[in-house]
Design a protein around this ligand. Structure first.
Ligand code: GLC
Length: 422
């Protein structure tokens, strides 16, 4: 009976995971890189400890597709998923569908976590998700190739462009015709919102699309400059195909040795450094470049949290699974085995964590001062704001419109979305 209410996409996910009915709980996890295996391993430990059974279902890699799947599931008030992995930009909009974890967890449950993420996950005084891992954009580069060409790690996007051109030309001449200078996430989805915001916010006064007061700030000359430079990369230092890349496509090109620079999240570190990687030990990670000499590096804040559905039939048990998965032991294991950023500041002092992921130490400030997307101020209109933004940026990158013209149109569209207020 209940199954008939469920959207088709959701049924497919559950069917592929098998025996959803038999388990005590069901959790949805991401599957980018080694994410699913890490989630399954954590869940298996809880099963062994608690004696309960848990079904793990995987979700699409694109955050945008994942959100629409969740909106269908929660909109149908389905009890089939108890624990949901939710993006740092979703608590505001999903809050009505999530339980207040304060009611199920000890009062000090959040005390050791980054307060900013706890605040982000607290909506009208309700703790709607526990911080699981945080994220910030970083620049991966090939140490061996910068050395070979006598180049420095770029401090600005302009320097990145130059270095990428030089090395790309040299490597192609040396016989690797498929070599590119820079890969990033250029598909029209949430990942492009992040990348483009990182370009724009790295320019002085480039802003963050909508400011903290709710004013729309995107139509400014620095934003146009940032997008114009990015558009010049396509078919120059970045393949045309980047317009359809998410995180994993970018990693595929970089990890097979076919790119000098890559923008990605920290999870990629563990994979590019794995035994299977063609570039193991030749990779460096630094903060993203600045927008010109007066700009500053701007990493956008990402990350995922664990929430309990309001429609769960076992909210207490589900909250216990959430507490286990976000515990220091689990976060340490995930940091070491998968380079997932802990949401507990203490783990950034842990020697085993730092040995596995040295840049958790060197880039600590990047992680703690990462720039949030304007999701808090735009509330449940955030997906429309982000969609309008990434679609405009995609048009500019595709060469269908000039940056300035695109931003003019975007400004009006955002005004319409805002209406009388966010
Ligand atoms: C990462 C981030 C998440 C972001 C997504 C975009 O998963 O953690 O916050 O929305 O990338 O692709």
């Amino acid at each position: 009976m209940k199954a008939r209410l469920l959207p088709a996409g959701f049924l497919l996910v559950v069917a592929s995971a098998g025996q959803a009915q038999a388990a005590d709980l069901t959790i949805s996890c991401g599957a980018v890189g080694a994410e699913l295996q890490l989630c399954q391993a954590g869940v298996a430990r809880w099963e062994a400890q608690s004696g309960h059974s848990v079904e793990v279902v995987s979700t699409p890699n694109s955050a945008t597709e994942r959100l629409s799947l969740y909106q269908q599931i929660l909109g149908a008030q389905s009890s089939d998923i108890d624990v949901l992995q939710i993006d740092v930009v979703w608590p505001g909009m999903l809050a009505p569908h999530l339980v207040d974890l304060n009611q199920y967890l000890p009062t000090n449950a959040t005390q050791d976590f980054f307060q900013s993420i706890v605040d982000n996950n607290t909506v009208d005084g309700r703790l709607v998700a526990m911080p699981w891992f945080t994220d910030a954009g970083v620049l991966y580069y090939r140490k061996d190739l910068l050395d070979k060409y006598g180049l420095e790690v770029p401090a600005t996007w302009q320097q990145l462009t130059e270095a990428a051109r030089t090395v790309q030309a040299g490597e192609r001449e040396a016989g690797n015709s498929g070599f590119w200078g820079y890969v990033f996430q250029g598909r029209a989805y949430e990942g492009l919102t992040v990348n483009a915001l990182e370009w724009i916010a790295s320019y002085p006064e480039g802003g963050t699309i909508v400011n903290d007061q709710g004013d729309i700030t995107i139509d400014n000359p620095q934003a146009a400059q940032a997008l114009t430079l990015a558009a010049s990369w396509i078919n120059d230092i970045s393949p045309q195909g980047v317009l359809n890349y998410t995180e994993e496509e970018a990693r595929g090109v970089f990890q097979s040795g076919n790119a000098l620079f890559m923008r990605n999240w920290p999870y990629a570190w563990d994979l590019v450094q794995s035994e299977q990687s063609d570039i193991r030990d030749n990779v460096g990670v630094v903060a993203l470049p600045a927008g010109g000499e007066n700009g500053q590096s701007a990493a956008v804040l990402g990350g995922w949290n664990l929430a309990v559905s309001r429609y769960s039939e076992h909210p207490q048990l589900a909250a216990e699974l959430v507490a286990f998965l976000t515990s220091p032991e689990e976060q340490k294991r995930r940091a070491i085995d998968g380079s997932y950023n802990p949401t507990l500041p203490a783990l950034y002092q842990d020697e085993e964590v730092l040995a596995a992921v040295p840049f958790f130490g060197t880039l600590y400030n990047t992680f703690t001062s990462a720039i949030p997307r304007p999701s808090a101020v735009t509330g449940d209109k955030y997906p429309r704001v982000s969609n309008a933004f990434f679609n405009t940026v995609h048009e500019v990158l595709s060469g269908n419109t000039e940056a300035q013209q695109g931003l003019d149109g975007l400004q009006s569209e955002l005004r319409r979305i805002k209406g009388r207020g966010w």
